[in-house]
Ligand binder design. Sequence first.
Ligand code: MOS
Length: 729
Amino acid sequence: MLKQIGTPRSRIDGVDKVTGRAAYAADRRPDGQLYAFAVRSPVAAGTITAIDIGEALAVPGVVAVYTHENAAELLDWRPSPEVMAMSGEALGRTALAAVEPLPPPPYWPLGGPEIVFAGQWIAVVAAASLEAARQATLLIRPQVRQAGSSVHPVPASDVFLEPGFFFAAEMQVRRGDWPEHPGAALAETFRTPMHLHHPMEPSATVAVWGGDTVTVHDSTQGAMAARDYIAASLEVPPDTVRVDAAYVGGGFGGKNQMWPHQALAAHIARHLGRPVRLQLTRADMAVASGHRSETEQAIELASDGEGRLQGLRHVSYVPTSMRGHFFEPCGLNTLLLYDTPALEVTHHVARKAIASPTPFRAPGETPGSFAVECALDELAFQLGINPLELRRRNFAARDPHHHRDWSSNHLLACYAQGAAAFGWPADLPEPRTMRDGDVLVGYGMATTAYPAPALPATVRLRLSGEGPLVVETSATDIGTGMRTILAQTVADQFGHPVEDITVRLGDSSLPAAPTAGRSKSTASLLPAAAKACEVLRETLSRLALDNDLPAASNRSPMAVLQAAGLAELTAEGTSTGMAETRKDRSYYSFGAHFVEVRIDERLGRLRVSRVVSALDCGKIINPTTATSQIRGGIIFGLGMALMEAAEFHPTRHRVIGDNLADYAVPVHADIPPIDVIFIDSPDPDLNQFGARGLGEIGVPGLAAAVANAAFNATGQRFRDLPITPARIV
Ligand code: MOS
């Protein structure tokens, strides 16, 4: 009988986290550790002609300074061309590469004199103290022959899409013929700015060698992927590298790709024979661990007189770096969320002298949904149709892009339940007609959707004569509650109280599991945990039989162990990812956001006063942690709608606002009551639990719902984010 699954439960690691017992990467303080600190390039493009490190080396406590001129001392730090050319698959991430290839980092710092973005690491200091390391970096002044560079705007003459890019195959799609005489038509352009991940815990790596093996405490979403990358960079066998990411203080995609600092710490530690800590500053975080790029998106809609789409065109202009592989795939949801005979999704990607963009919580879906969901609101207003009704009329009953049925799709129920809980009116009041005293009130809504993938994963159970039942896998819990739902799953399957279960995660020496990203961990790991329980139960039954004990179910597992004379028993279970799911189904989650805003035009102040979101994410394993994930996504969306924007300096091209003082994110006082409703209907085709991941689906659509509500309040359209007071006229 299932008891724990479906039951709200606080995180089992909550107390460890808030009392400081949980050790994050930078909490490791090995004896004799050195502090490594980087010098960032002050210009965006050029060549280093000279770099004098003499003064830096003279600072007391400084042990070494590495630049491109002496980086060879790090023993093959600049990897061979073969390693640089390796795909994720060649690096050993075979299971991962099938669904999401993880290429090596976009550039190797200290690899040569060439500068390809402002902020690029051009020297690294290692010193006995952080103070000495920082002091030394100030004394390194490279001479640079500057080249011309451009970061913004995206010029039309400079657009292309390379075959090696992520998502490239899916990102130029045309189907159907554009209608010649549509009943209604609309063409608008939307813009979203650069966003920085800024998880609570900045990226950090502490590398400790012991003989020929290295332990790397690292803040990463993927312990196995980090191990493979670091080993490839060191040119050592993967099993000589152990990555420990037992606790990770948020990731959002910035920690799901590989970055040079993760390997550099191990290289320097090997060279100097001492442990090395390389912690990224907030300023480093803006350039050395990715960002979401700005986007410019041209949307064209054509519909009949009743708002049924006849054509949907979504053209995105996005940048990537000189060496990067990733661009913001804005059109992902556009391909399949609405039913339209004619569709065109195009991406123009321009290489710029900027740091590499990277996945960022619902990459593509997040900025893409802002444009499309705002445009649909404009069409609804033009036709005098309730925006909710317009979306119902365009509901895609099956996946129109892949020509498959949905495994399970309760979007219409999300619309109905969300609207009922919000009190969404059948006749949306005209703009500027709702007031609360001097404050304008507005309602807005939008759809959200996100795919539900799964990858093979292995979970091990460890039963010993004493102590708790231990659950082990290399998967990470980046703050999602993965530890807790694994304990709940094993509790149900194995009949152990949750309190008596210990979950060990994020260690690459534990059984293989994919990176926590693309909302796939729940559907990948829970079936593996269930299989491990099955294997352990069978083993116990066999032992009970062999030892003439009554059936295992009547005896405690401990008694069976004792009777068999065993100190410990382990069992592993491996899930199959999507291998056993129906190929004629599309696996997606859906939802709808409803938002109320209050705008004081005298101050230009927009406050979101309430949010109701209804979501279909399959069966909800733990309503407490699931609600937290969605709530966090919604708060991301509020930040995107109202505050978050990083910019490039107009001439120097460095990131402005590369700190948490200038880069505003919502604080408690900005966060309104948020009501999260789950349809909680199992998706039986995906796994035996019917559960889909939900780490990202809270974000898409939210900023559009805010902008649409702001239009309903003021009559003014907001097509550029964020909606700051200066934009409210
Ligand atoms: Mo997430 S952007 O899939 O790490």
